[in-house]
Design a protein around this ligand. Structure first.
Ligand code: ADP
Ligand code: MG
Length: 396
């Protein structure tokens, strides 16, 4: 699997370099790839200083890049509107760059803000296979491609978790999305054949947990429901604020600091609207720990019930699922999936289902039929496997 994907990426790298030549004249200095991700378990925990367990996807955003000397940034995306965006250095201010270019330009801005000498500008061409807006973190892939490319082009040699922080800062402060650090950590730090055990309080102390999906006769389906409910952005910020308020009321730096034994008492004392949020975060952190233990024992199939319990918590306590994600989970389980849950921020996006090899089409078919019966658009189904994090690719 990983060898096929690597080959694909190298072929794509040549094509991306060719397009770069047509757009900007001359060759790029290199082509970099940064993947999207799915999180196995640990949702809405990162901004509570908690734990998560993402894998990188084989789907990547490729970036052909070359530094300039005049400070200008020229950007083009194969998934954009065809125009080359050409920005003068003065445009590097939060709010000044609308649309998709805010993500990559935000990374350059965040690097400069952190004192790194990246002001000479660059020509950047992107081409991605990460579905956008599907909860698979195409935004982090876009940011992290720039972070790793700049790290090399400008000789910064920053540790990977620092690149993740820079990319997160771009999304938070330049684009204005208050995301945690999981997506960017997954994109830059994941390795093939492993899941990334992330402690969002100390990202530099992440560890790779063997995730021998195929070796154990299992598959991981990613079911993109192709719905995004608009309430997403505002609701995310409100949930985050609710968690911060709950932590303050409990006298804790963050919800991650609530000892398991104190959960019942905390739930009794908190206002009714905050208690379920705290229950989700506490039980979800415990589910990450349990999932890591099972993986370290080599029991990948044992993740199934943990995933399904995580979905119930997101649906009933955190209330970020929606009819389409609930239906995808139910239909996958009915067709024999070992476990399933929504992944990503919620209000649509994607569902993951752990299935025995050979059951992929039965499970996928069950979800597709259920969607058709309910009058939803057909979902898009990907076969996921743990892939490598951001890296430089070879070109001709
Ligand atoms: P997700 O990260 O789950 O895919 P987001 O809403 O966070 O969803 O990010 C999606 C946005 O990222 C798109 O609307 C677009 O602005 C930007 N984006 C991601 N990948 C690309 C790309 N290859 N080209 C242009 N814009 C992209
Ligand atoms: Mg995103």
């Amino acid at each position: 699997m990983s060898r096929t994907v690597q080959w694909d990426d190298d072929l794509r790298a040549d094509r991306v370099a060719d397009t770069f030549r047509k757009l900007f004249g001359g060759s790029p200095d290199g082509v970099w790839a940064a993947p999207g991700r799915v999180n196995l378990i640990g949702e809405h925990t990162d901004y509570n200083d908690g734990f998560a367990l993402p894998i990188a996807l084989p789907q990547t955003t490729l970036l052909a890049a070359r530094p300039r000397t005049d400070g200008r940034l020229r950007l083009h995306s194969a998934q954009g509107d065809g125009r080359v965006i050409d920005l003068a250095p003065a445009a590097l201010a939060p709010g000044a760059v609308p649309g998709w270019a805010g993500y990559p330009v935000g990374v350059v801005w965040a690097l400069a803000e952190a004192g790194h000498p990246v002001g000479a500008g660059a020509d950047l061409h992107f081409d991605s296979t990460v579905p956008t807006g599907a909860g698979l973190s195409s935004s982090a892939a876009l940011e992290c491609a720039v972070a790793v490319a700049y790290d090399e082009l400008y000789g910064l040699r920053l540790p990977r978790p620092e690149l993740a922080r820079i990319a997160q800062r771009a999304e938070n402060a330049f684009v204005g999305v208050p995301c945690g650090i999981m997506d960017q950590m997954a994109s830059v730090c994941c390795t093939a054949e492993a899941a990334l055990h992330l402690d969002a309080r100390t990202p530099e102390r992440h560890r790779q947990v063997p995730f021998d999906l195929h070796g154990q006769g299992l598959r991981l389906l990613v079911i993109d429901t192709r719905v995004t409910h608009d309430l997403g952005d505002g609701a995310y910020a409100a949930l985050r604020a609710g968690c911060e308020r709950a932590a303050a009321l409990l006298g804790l730096p963050a919800l991650r600091d609530l000892p398991a034994g104190e959960l019942p008492r905390a739930l009794d004392t908190l206002p009714a609207e905050l208690a379920p949020l705290v229950r989700h975060v506490a039980t979800e952190n415990a589910r990450v720990a349990e999932a890591v233990d099972r993986l370290l024992e080599g029991k990948v199939a044992a993740l199934g019930p943990i995933l399904t319990a995580g979905h119930a918590s997101l649906r009933d306590d955190y209330r970020v699922s929606c009819p389409e994600t609930d239906l995808a989970v139910t239909a996958a389980l009915r067709a024999g999936a070992l476990g399933a849950r929504m992944t990503g921020g919620g209000f649509g996006g994607s569902v993951i289902a752990l299935v025995e090899a050979g059951r992929e089409s039965a499970v996928g078919g069950s979800v597709t039929t259920a969607f058709s019966t309910a009058g939803h658009r057909p979902p898009r189904i990907l076969d996921a496997a743990p892939a490598a994090g951001a890296r430089r690719l070879g070109t001709r």
